[in-house]
Design a protein around this ligand. Structure first.
Ligand code: SAH
Length: 349
């Protein structure tokens, strides 16, 4: 192992700031053994703060309608091949009921930016969940909204919000999105969410078309500025019938490298092993956890709709529609020395 490389990793693990050159070195130049050294350090840090537990979140995909036209996403509005559905409030409450009966303490409501699921409607759904489950965490991931809407979600009882910044580089953002979407607005949304007191999650795809290592460096710098409570990263996976359908997928190795770098830079961050990673790699979940991830988000959406939330091809479903599937998850975690932590899993301030 190269002494300089190990020194940089140790510095990062000790909480020291790194120069751009040092970051670029970590992003581009670690060999297999050095990466293993990095992953082990990241796992030690995750365990120091969160032990051997992996938090579970019940993921409910509430709508596959979206008014946006992101070039990478399978449910972009101009994809006429996409199958569309939206859950009713009753269906969402039903999903929450199933999830609660399995012991979940966090519900995540994620969806496209569906004009029919207005802020008022979302407020009503959140209030109903909050009335039924006063102690559980409610996470929303419904895209860019006004500050008033975000505040109304918070007042209704939502605790957390996931909104990936996607890329900090404005030119790269324009490469991934049509011109009516702005990187700046997305960043402003994130700072607003934090200001309103949400536990806030950001993140980006790894290996999205046009992404360079410099961009990843800029992403890390942005995350330092935002200092989010959660960071969601997963490889880009091509989606049929999108402008990027023929682009290459993101790298599993790079995703796992980034997970460890983020764990060391943000020791207490909640870091999911994402579905996108599990889609590209059978043992993606295990590899993510053994690189410092500490959250998984089993899908509890109604089975008949699940395949329609197709943001990319062959999207895997780490489902939890039966107690049996959760015990399989428990077994997989046990096999690598972990267990499911059913508590809310709030950020440790
Ligand atoms: N509408 C919500 C939820 C979007 S889906 C929002 O805007 O926040 C959640 C995430 O999936 C997106 O932020 C994006 O980073 C990721 N995603 C979308 N298409 C993808 C693809 N083809 N491959 C990998 N990840 C993708």
């Amino acid at each position: 192992m190269n002494k300089t490389h190990i020194n940089i990793i140790d510095n990062l693990a000790d909480g020291n700031g790194l120069s751009k050159e040092e970051w670029m070195c970590l992003l581009t130049s670690l060999d297999f053994e050095e990466r293993q050294y990095l992953h082990d350090k990241a796992v030690a840090v995750a365990k120091e703060h969160y032990g051997n537990g992996v938090f579970v979140r019940a993921l409910i995909e509430i709508s596959s309608y979206c008014k946006n036209n992101c070039y990478y996403c399978g449910i972009r509005c101009s994809n006429t091949n996409a199958q569309r559905y939206r859950l009713s409030k009753e269906e969402i409450l039903n999903c929450c009921g199933v999830a609660a009966s399995f012991g979940f303490n966090t519900f995540v409501l994620q969806g496209g930016e569906d004009p029919k699921q207005t802020p008022e409607w979302i407020v009503d759904v959140v209030k109903s969940i909050r009335d039924l489950y006063p102690d559980k965490a409610i996470t929303l991931s419904v895209g860019e909204c006004t500050e008033e809407a975000y505040k109304a979600f918070k007042d209704a009882g939502a605790n957390r919000f996931l909104l990936r910044h996607e890329t900090r580089n404005d030119a790269h953002y324009s490469h991934l999105h049509p011109s009516n979407m702005s990187a700046k607005n997305r960043r402003e949304c994130l700072f607003t969410l934090k200001k309103l007191g949400f536990q806030t999650g950001s993140g980006m795809m790894i290996g999205s078309p046009g992404q360079t290592d410099e961009h990843l460096y800029e992403d890390i710098k942005f995350l330092e500025e935002l200092n989010p409570h959660m960071i969601g990263i997963g490889p880009f996976v091509p989606a049929s019938n999108t402008p990027f359908e023929k682009e290459s997928r993101g790298s599993v190795e790079k995703t796992i490298l980034m997970l460890s770098l983020l764990r060391l830079r943000f020791p207490k961050v909640l870091l999911p092993a994402t579905t996108a990673l599990a889609t590209l790699c059978q043992d993606g979940m295990e590899r993510a956890i053994l690189a410092g991830a500490n959250v998984v988000m089993p899908n509890v959406s109604p089975l008949e709709q699940r395949k329609k939330y197709s943001i990319y091809d062959n999207k895997k479903s780490t489902g939890a529609e039966s107690a049996q599937q959760l015990s399989q998850l428990e077994q997989r975690l046990n096999a690598i020395g972990y267990h499911i932590d059913y508590t809310r899993g709030d950020y440790k301030y």
